[in-house]
Every structure is written in C-alpha cells, then in structure tokens.
Write a protein that binds this ligand. Structure first.
Ligand code: NAD
Length: 293
C-alpha cells in the first residue's frame, strides 16, 4: 500500500514510523525540511510538494495543527483533492472541527475520492506505542477501507457515525482533558499548601473518587509521575496552544447548538493566560505553575 503522510510533528512522525514498521511505503511532506529529514532517516520517501505526494499514493493521511491549515492542505489549489487519483482515501487525523470535516468529505466525494475524519487520543506516548484511539466519522465503506491502516497506528478504532462525528467526539474528550488538568492542578496545589506530600496525595486521589486520567497518568505536579511532561520541565506532550485551539473548537461548535460550556470557557481563559506568559509551547500541565506557591 502506498501511503502519503502530511504533517510530521510530535504526533505525525511516530504515526508515520508505525506505518513504515508494518511494511508500507510511506511518502512524506511537511513544511519543515527538518521534519521530513527525520522521517527519511526512518525509511520514508521525501516528496517536494503536496501535489507530488498526492499523485503518488493510494491513501493520504494528514496530521496538521488546525482546521485552516487542514482546509488549505486538503482543498487548496495545490492541495490533495486537486492532485490525488480518483478513488484515493483521505484520512484526516488532526483535531479539527465537525463542520470542516463535513465540508471536506463532501468535496472529496464530489471529486471521486473518499474521506474520513479520524482524530486521535493517546498523545505522543500512544502515537509512539501504536496504541492510539481513532474516533472516525464518515461512510461505513470508507471506515472499512481505513481500518487496517489505522490498526497499524492504534488499538481502538471507533466508528462514531457520519462525517464530522469523529471530530465531535474528539472535542468533547479534549474539553474534559483541559478542565480536568486544571482541576487536578488545583487539588494537588491545595494539598501541598496544607502540608501533604504530592506523591501521597496523588496515591490517595488515584484510589479515591477524584481519580482520573490526568491524576493517574499525566499528573501536573512535578515528580509525581516520572514519565509525565510535568517531571521533565513540561516539555514534549500536548502544547498549551493546541489545547487553546481545541477548547475554542468546542466553544464554537457549542454556539451552534446553544450548549452552555462554562467550565470550558473558564479553562480556555486560564490556558490563554499561561500562553500570554510565554508558555504556549509547553505541555498543558504547565498550568500547575499558576497555582503553585
Ligand atoms: P505539531 O505542531 O508538532 O506538528 C504539526 C506538523 O505539521 C509540523 O511538523 C508542521 O511543520 C506541519 N505543518 C504545518 N503546516 C503545514 C502545511 N501547510 N503543510 C505540511 N505540513 C505542515 O503538532 P502535533 O502535536 O503533532 O499535533 C498535530 C495534530 O494532532 C493537532 O491537530 C493536535 O491538536 C492533534 N493532537 C495532538 C496531540 C498531542 O499530544 N500532541 C494529541 C492528540 C491530537
């Protein structure tokens, strides 16, 4: 299978590496030549443009920062749809928004291609280990065609419904991640201010009703989880600026259904304060610094 991979960042590079490991020819493109170089070192084939990549492959995977970039890469004049062969399957894995996913799928169908939205959960560790969860929106036929490819990069492949449903599921999950990161930060800092040792408090929370993924696997308090970004100067992981984007996507989508999201709105404001302090590229758990004495 000839696969094209566009967007070789924190997530895209390890995902493309897993496709290579399972024996696929992977053609790659990124606006960063350094990112292309890293993929080529792992066995990928460099391409000079999105047009060249799209013309050479049967499947195109995108893993890009935001919906505006996704729209231009997929549907722009020099984009995937303009140059891909008929029957090409496009698997859009970026966190985007339901409307962008629906618009692009409909454009893909009218030009003889198939497209699914397939955003992921599991972060960089999940991308490296090939254990991502894929939340898929699209036709049953496209889901079935994409499944074996997604299985090379993930463990749980969930059909969420028609186009846009994967993105809807993803933004619901990520608003919970954003809110719970702040809630765990508050709780840990209160405990420490009251004289509790952070590892003792985390152990109590993780066997009590406050337990959640952030408290257990991704604890924001430095030193509690050795493998978490908080114990590595908040580097790697999931950037604060990407979380601001995801919370904005949730708030925008909610305005269409008049759904109130007060915790999401407040969380977005707090992450924006962190970004304003110059920490936007740090992991989301850097928010703990705003509560830590
Ligand atoms: P990243 O910024 O590390 O990577 C994005 C890559 O896209 C970069 O290499 C960049 O050079 C490239 N790029 C930007 N514009 C481009 C263009 N026009 N053409 C080709 N390449 C282009 O971001 P990431 O952390 O890998 O996240 C990618 C997507 O995955 C985002 O939508 C993010 O919300 C989502 N996501 C991230 C995580 C995480 O933990 N990092 C987890 C789940 C989902």
């Amino acid at each position: 299978m000839k696969i094209g991979f566009i967007g070789l960042g924190h997530m895209g590079l390890p995902m493309a590496s897993n496709l290579l490991r399972s024996g696929n020819a992977v053609h790659v493109f990124d606006t960063s030549s350094q990112a292309i170089g890293l993929a080529v070192e792992r066995g990928a084939i460099a391409t000079g443009s999105i047009a060249d990549l799209a013309a050479a492959v049967d499947v195109v995977i995108t893993m890009l920062p935001n919906p505006a970039i996704v729209r231009s890469v997929v549907a722009g004049p020099d984009g995937v749809l303009a140059h891909a062969k008929d029957g090409t399957l496009i698997i859009e894995c970026s966190t985007s928004d339901p409307q962008t996913a629906r618009d692009l799928e409909s454009m893909a169908q009218s030009s003889g291609k198939a497209m699914i939205d397939a955003p992921v959960s599991g972060g960089v560790p999940g991308a490296e280990a090939g254990t991502l969860t894929f939340m898929v929106g699209g036709t049953e036929e496209a889901f079935v065609a994409a499944r074996p490819i997604l299985m090379a990069m993930g463990k749980n492949i969930v059909n969420c419904g028609p186009a846009g449903s994967g993105q809807a599921a993803k933004i619901c999950n990520n608003l919970l991640l954003g809110v719970s990161t702040i809630a765990v930060s508050e709780s840990m800092c209160l405990g420490v201010s009251l004289g509790l040792a952070p590892d003792v408090l985390a152990a109590i929370i993780n066997t009590s009703s406050g337990r959640c993924w952030v408290s257990e696997v991704y604890n924001p308090y430095p030193g509690v989880v050795k493998s978490a970004p908080a114990s590595n100067d908040f580097s790697g992981g999931f950037a604060c600026d990407l979380m601001i984007k995801d919370l904005s996507l949730a708030l925008d989508a909610a305005s269409g259904t008049r759904q109130p999201l007060p915790m999401t709105a407040l969380s977005k404001q707090l992450f924006q304060l962190l970004s304003l302090k110059g920490e936007g590229s740090k992991d989301i758990t850097a928010i703990v610094q705003m509560f830590k004495m």
